[in-house]
Design a protein around this ligand. Sequence first.
Ligand SMILES: Nc1ncnc2c1ncn2[C@@H]1O[C@H](COP(=O)(O)OP(=O)(O)OP(=O)(O)O)[C@@H](O)[C@H]1O
Ligand SMILES: Nc1nc2c(ncn2[C@@H]2O[C@H](COP(=O)(O)O)[C@@H](O)[C@H]2O)c(=O)[nH]1
Length: 198
Amino acid sequence: MKNKKVFVITGATGVGKTTIARYLQENYHMPRIITHTTRPPRNREKQNIDYYFETPASFEEKHYLERVAYAGFQYGSSYEGLNHAWEKSDYTTIVLDTAGAVTYARELGNQAVILFITVAHPDTLIERVQVRGDNPDLVTRRITSPEFLRDVKLPEALENTAYVIKNDDWAITKTNIDLIVQDVMQGRALPHKLKLKE
Ligand SMILES: Nc1ncnc2c1ncn2[C@@H]1O[C@H](COP(=O)(O)OP(=O)(O)OP(=O)(O)O)[C@@H](O)[C@H]1O
Ligand SMILES: Nc1nc2c(ncn2[C@@H]2O[C@H](COP(=O)(O)O)[C@@H](O)[C@H]2O)c(=O)[nH]1
């Protein structure tokens, strides 16, 4: 059990967390832990693949390792989801807001590999979620939420444990993800000692 790891991908809305989780799934066969939410599905999102979409009542029936409110909706992840993913693979991923990432780091210690994703200019994020086709009302609600403002900054609690990845240029991001995966698979996992590509 000790050798199993979860890559916790965190950062503000639109930084590319889901894109990175997909890259890890496609290139390293790391299953993504599906989390629960009361948010309505976006255009192409599917039940039980992108999320377990819940009603407020069904959300409350589950048991969570951690849960948060984000821009007016509920989100939560469970130990069952984590163990189920670890049955399939020693390395798995989860996409969380920074509050969830802090909880995973605290609860799982070095079994949680924290990837904090950022971009040079936060305005890029608004463009990205618009291009993604998000409902304009939900975009406004989200980028004015306290959670968005919190998640653009690396939380103090993760300063010594998170790998910080700038996702402005996807080719550079992929190289850095590959370096980090090798670091972790070789048992090093020391963010401050790994030189990432600029
Ligand atoms: N390096 C990049 N350059 C340009 N566009 C990118 C890059 N990385 C991701 N994107 C695009 O930005 C949009 C947002 O990415 P993604 O959905 O992965 O973000 P996210 O962090 O998961 O967002 P949210 O938290 O809102 O779900 C997508 O349309 C994605 O294709
Ligand atoms: N702490 C948790 N954060 C979660 C969970 N599932 C998703 N998220 C994060 O919430 C925001 C909003 O997600 P979106 O899909 O509506 O854009 C984003 O930062 C996700 O990473 C969870 O179970 N716990």
